[in-house]
Design a protein around this ligand. Structure first.
Ligand code: UT7
Length: 319
């Protein structure tokens, strides 16, 4: 026994920053950002932490699933942009909800929502929970170098959440990690140890080698999706929709072409939110759910990739 997704929610902060706004900050332009990335605007938090945004997405998912906070047995949260390493965002959100259940963070950068679902599936399999709240939330603006046009035009802030309830909807998943540093790194701030012999780390911002990440992204989406379909004796035609991580519209288009899959099956909202890292998959999920795009019995494929380098694909049958 694993779970069904029984409700979804999302939250984005009110401030909208357009590409034209960014033209005032760095040497960039709307045409380049639209052509190379597909982002038109992003929401940027001025005063809300990733925990506060995650809480709002969680409340929306609880309402959507008709679940009271006290019915939740576990809270799993993913974020690379929390204001504190300790307490974890999961513990902060647990406190905001006023509940007493177990709560922990999982870090798998942009792929993290799929890692949250896999972890939740293990907890359901051990019969340790009836309902689990999973949240991806990011205040990427906090960890961007706003002088680096190679990254600051791509990302955005926001949160997505889902309530998982006992069921048999989570069918299978694949995970791949090629561990190491140097391609997509967010170093922690350096402390003031008197024992350091040198400044050991880069500045605490997103450092990304764009083209290498791009190649990894397209390759991993295609191989993860093919592997997942093959091990479930399914073909592309069996899939109703793909819920893809929103890193770059071109990555999604490339992957759809390589997989010979109609582009219409891949939901895209990067134009409105940018890349919200761990929040991107649950934000897509919530938009699709609230539009009524999923029908009972539909096979939904999730795919994500990012820092680690980690990637994953998951298969769900809609309740
Ligand atoms: O979610 C986490 C995973 N992240 C990703 O998957 C991101 C993957 N990578 C990408 O999406 C793309 O590599 C980027 C969007 C980051 C960059 O696109 P690109 O097509 O790989 O551009 P590039 O880095 O090769 O740069 C092309 C040109 C360069 O100028 P020259 O050397 O050709 O004169 C850059 O300096 O574009 C220039 N450039 C810009 N121009 C205007 C780089 N950033 C900008 C900018 N505005 N913001």
């Amino acid at each position: 026994m694993s779970f069904h997704i029984i409700g979804t929610g999302m939250y984005v902060p009110p401030k909208v920053v357009t590409n034209h706004d960014l033209e005032q900050l760095v040497d960039t332009n709307d045409e380049w950002i639209m052509q190379r990335v597909g982002v038109k605007q992003r929401h940027i938090s001025e005063n809300e932490t990733s925990a506060e945004m995650g809480y709002k997405a969680a409340v929306s998912a609880l309402e959507n699933s008709n679940t009271k906070p006290e019915e939740i047995d576990m809270i799993l949260v993913a974020s690379v942009s929390g204001d504190t390493l300790c307490p974890s965002n999961a513990c902060i959100i647990q406190g905001m909800l006023g509940v007493s259940c177990n709560a922990m963070d999982i870090n798998a950068a942009c792929s993290a929502f799929l890692y949250l679902m896999e972890t939740a599936a293990g907890v359901f399999a051990r019969k340790k929970a009836k309902k689990i709240l999973v949240i991806g939330t990011e205040r990427m603006s906090r960890i961007l170098d706003w002088n680096d046009r190679g990254t600051c035009v791509i990302f955005g802030d926001g949160a997505g959440a889902a309530v998982l309830g006992i069921g048999d909807g989570y069918l299978d998943s694949v995970f791949h990690v090629t561990g190491g540093m140097g391609i997509l790194d967010v170093p922690q701030p350096v402390g003031n140890s008197p024992f350091y012999t040198k400044e050991q780390y880069l500045t605490p911002f997103v450092h990304m080698k764009g083209q290498e990440t791009f190649k990894f992204a397209v390759t991993s989406i295609c191989s993860d999706v093919k592997e997942l379909l093959a091990q479930n004796n399914l073909t592309i035609e069996d899939i109703a929709y793909v819920v893809p991580h929103q890193a770059n519209k071109r990555i999604i288009d490339f992957a759809a072409t390589k997989l010979k899959m109609p582009k219409e099956k891949f939901y895209v909202n990067i134009d409105r939110y940018g890349n919200t890292s761990a929040a991107s998959v649950p934000i897509v999920l919530d938009e699709m759910n609230r539009k009524g795009m999923f029908k009972s019995g539909d096979l939904i494929l999730f795919t994500a990739f990012g820092g680690g380098l980690a990637s994953a694909a998951s298969l769900i049958r809609w309740k």
